[in-house]
Design a binder for this molecule. Structure first.
Ligand code: ADP
Ligand code: MG
Length: 257
């Protein structure tokens, strides 16, 4: 990936819920092409920050900047249009569709743009469909769930494989940023490790910006190239994993728990 990174930025974001200050003057820069880890104890403000970056919540004050443009007032659906998507803790797949169909749905964006052309030339529809199927199979191979028959119903996959399939569905979309809130929760360690390595490849090889929220510090430090540590609504430290790992404030918070 040679293109220069895009940045999604939080500028002096404060978010209060009544008397509670969930985020207190938070500023972060998130680039494409990397996994950015967002860690901190429960209640630190991680999910609230993701919701504000992805447009599901409004800040009480401060700005969200995307590629230099102030998008603080853009609703969630407009952010999806410009390339910011967020996942939630629940698995987001269609259980009654096949594994392959689940991935094919991710191509919808691209199909939308070309629809008028496809309507005019039916021969092209078949070619385009074959091309999407080939790409979808390639994605399933990358993700490591090609062992499952692509025509298996997604609902029949194990919980861990359903979570991997949910990641596979992100790849064909044109989005630049993916915000993942605890994607490894409830999964066995080997699947979590596979997922971490995969996210890193998606970021570096496909040039995506990935925000990985997790309270498992070891996981995040292993797979993220940039780490933001939050505590009580503030940013305690941010930087490379080896810097964050030794930061006195980070050690204090994690060792005192
Ligand atoms: P984390 O994801 O790091 O565990 P959250 O962002 O979910 O933290 O929460 C940060 C703080 O804000 C917590 O004290 C939480 O109780 C509070 N909070 C989050 N969302 C709401 C809400 N919708 N209403 C009231 N308080 C909230
Ligand atoms: Mg949370």
């Amino acid at each position: 990936m040679t293109r220069s990174p895009l940045f999604l930025q939080a500028r002096n974001i404060t978010r209060t819920f009544g008397d509670l200050v969930a985020l207190d003057d938070v500023s972060v820069d998130i680039p494409t092409g990397k996994v950015t880890g967002l860690i901190g104890p429960n209640g630190a403000g991680k999910s609230t920050l993701l919701s504000i970056l992805s447009g599901f919540e409004r800040p009480s004050s401060g700005q969200v900047i995307y590629d230099g443009e102030d998008i603080t007032r853009h609703p969630g659906y407009r952010r999806v249009e410009i390339g910011i998507t967020r996942t939630f803790q629940d698995v987001e797949i269609f259980p009654t569709l096949t594994v392959l169909e689940n991935v094919l749905l991710g191509f919808q964006d691209q199909l939308g743009e070309k629809l008028w052309r496809l309507i005019l030339t039916p021969g092209e529809v078949r070619r385009q469909r074959q091309q999407f199927i080939a790409q979808a199979l390639e994605i399933l191979k990358t993700i490591g769930i090609i062992d499952q028959r692509p025509d298996e119903l997604a609902g029949n996959l194990s919980y861990g494989q359903q979570k991997l399939l949910a990641l596979a569905r992100m790849l064909p979309t044109d989005a630049d940023f993916f915000m993942l809130d605890e994607p490894g929760s409830g999964l066995p360690r080997p699947i979590v490790a596979h997922m971490g390595a995969l996210l890193r490849r998606i970021a570096t090889e496909h040039g995506k910006g990935i925000v990985l929220v997790d309270h498992n510090m070891e996981l995040v430090l292993e797979y993220a190239e940039h780490v933001i540590v939050m505590h009580h609504g503030t940013v305690l430290a941010q930087g490379a994993p080896e810097y964050v790992r030794r930061h006195p404030d980070v050690l204090r918070v994690y060792l005192s728990r």
